[in-house]
Design a protein around this ligand. Sequence first.
Ligand SMILES: [Zn+2]
Length: 84
Amino acid sequence: MCSVGGLRVTLHIMTLRLLILGLLIWLIWRWLYRPRRTTTTPTEPSLQNMVRCARCGLHVPERDAVSKAGRFYCSAQHQLEDGQ
Ligand SMILES: [Zn+2]
């Protein structure tokens, strides 16, 4: 009985060691393959193609602008208002 209990404890320690080892490997792996942070901001306003709202004249990035029939608008609201 005593030896069985001892074996169980040994197995428990082994499992714990494996868990710690796995955690360490995971931490090292994460540290090695961590995403590299770029110092430059992804959305540089000066680098973006700016368009002028046909309704209010506000300059907005082209990807944020609402375009219709070759005209750009700062919002869907201004696009609707211009159509009226
Ligand atoms: Zn507008």
